[in-house]
Design a protein. Structure first.
Length: 433
């Protein structure tokens, strides 16, 4: 397989860089940790390494050095579609190179061969109460497939340290192929009376996901765009870090991916898009469903802020400009749903909120983030089950998390084990008697 050969070439060229850093420069300091960082969730502490993506404060996420607009422009496009192959994006995340049409096409066919879900997965899900959260169902189904792990079997048989990445890649490829199908299975089991739709062998990963969800084009392009935009966000966010942490113990990728999903399910991480959509719909209800003028929206925003509330979907811990993920989804909406009432509210908020937040002077970043836009598109195309939105997020995020785990194994990264201190120690360090 060309992808495996290309990745092997990349790994062999990369390993000396890591070895040299550890051997010749291991004692050099790159960060000083404060008490606030120790207590405050180790925010901003430079203690993880990833080359898959970087969050640039001004440019947004860079996938292997490419900005989001550059990524979408450079990746091979699905014939007849606006958006690129998700499979081509996987190639980029793993190798750092834009694939050719041929390379992307080969990976499309490779993942199709791996996409069949074991029969028992459906059986496992049907035993769960129908009111189970879709993320719990998604995570449980992933965990149930652990018996399929190529890595776990190879480890039991004995595996050289530098060879761990190869069976890890096999598991990653199988999971990338199966997760969209699993997501559609959970959706139709829970919300569509278990009326499943068979995959279409002619379609790519994003196209087949839309097909099995039962949503007509251009939702296939929505899926492709959504999965690519949400694929990675450095390694320090909860979902990526959870996958990295579990993987560092040499747990196989099924365990790591299930833990990634569990972290993403938290209301402080992956639920923001549905909360923003719910808030916007509440605003629409307060305004009687009519489209307000800019002045009316400004008045509402000021009243909201002056009452001590926030405007959800605006601000970001790192970004200091509009999130490019928001921009790409906004461009899609302007083309495909410009007259949708909910989008009109989103667009008004985009125009009036940043200047107001700047005038108020409390927000470091007054610009919208990805969550201010993404739920609106899902709702427009009929996906109105809020709880399922995070499953979409998880399918996309698995692209970057698993790419990172492959490279962690390739470079022989050790088990993650930070050191804890006591409150008394912190008080002593601070000079408190």
């Amino acid at each position: 397989m060309k992808l495996r050969d290309k990745l092997a070439e990349k790994i062999e060229g990369w390993r000396p860089r890591t070895t040299r850093l550890l051997k010749d420069h291991g004692d050099k300091k790159i960060s000083d940790v404060t008490i606030a960082q120790a207590i405050g969730g180790i925010r901003g502490v430079k203690c993880l390494v990833t080359d898959i993506s970087y969050l640039d404060p001004n440019e947004g996420i860079r996938f292997r050095g490419y900005t989001i607009p550059e990524t979408l422009a450079a990746l091979p496009k699905v014939p007849g579609a606006e958006m690129p192959y998700v499979e081509g994006h996987i190639w980029l995340l793993l190798t750092g190179e834009i694939p050719s049409e041929e390379e992307a096409g080969e990976l499309v066919e490779e993942l199709k061969k791996r996409a069949e879900l074991p029969d028992y997965v459906h059986d496992v899900l049907k035993t769960m109460p129908r009111d189970s959260h879709p993320m719990a169902m998604f995570s449980a189904a992933i965990l149930s497939m652990q018996r399929e792990s190529v890595y776990a079997k190879a480890y039991e048989e004995g595996l050289g340290k530098m060879d761990h990445w190869q069976p890890t890649l096999e598991d990653a490829l199988n999971l990338w192929a199966r997760l969209p199908r699993l997501g559609a299975l959970v959706y139709r089991l829970k919300y569509k009376d278990d009326k499943q739709i068979k995959p279409d062998p002619k379609l790519d990963l994003g196209g087949n996901f839309a097909h099995q969800m039962g949503i007509e084009p251009p939702y296939d392009d929505v899926a492709r765009l959504y999965f690519i935009l949400h694929s990675d966000h450095e390694s320090g966010n909860v979902s990526a870090h959870a996958g990295h942490l579990i993987g560092s113990a040499l747990s196989d990728p099924y365990y790591s991916t299930s833990s990634m999903v569990d972290g993403l399910a938290g209301p402080l991480h992956g639920l923001a898009n549905q909360e923003v959509l719910r808030w916007i719909q509440g605003v629409m209800e307060q305004m009687g469903g009519k489209i307000p003028t800019e002045e009316e929206m400004k008045e509402f925003v000021w009243e909201t802020l002056n009452s001590g509330q926030v405007i959800p979907g605006f601000g970001h811990a790192v970004l200091r400009k509009t999130d490019p993920r928001y921009t790409e989804q906004r461009n899609f909406c302007l083309k495909h749903l410009p007259d949708d009432p909910i989008f009109k509210y989103v667009d008004l908020l985009y125009k009036v909120v940043p200047p107001i937040l700047q005038e108020q002077g409390k927000a470091k970043n007054p610009w919208p983030n990805v969550d201010a836009q993404s739920g609106v598109i899902q709702w427009y195309y009929g996906l109105k089950e809020y709880d399922f939105y995070t499953v979409l997020f998880a399918i996309g995020r698995a692209l970057g998390v698993l790419s990172n785990i492959v490279w962690d194994r390739a470079l022989g990264y050790p088990i993650e084990r930070p050191k804890s201190v006591t409150t008394a120690m912190l008080e002593e360090m601070a000079g408190i008697e």
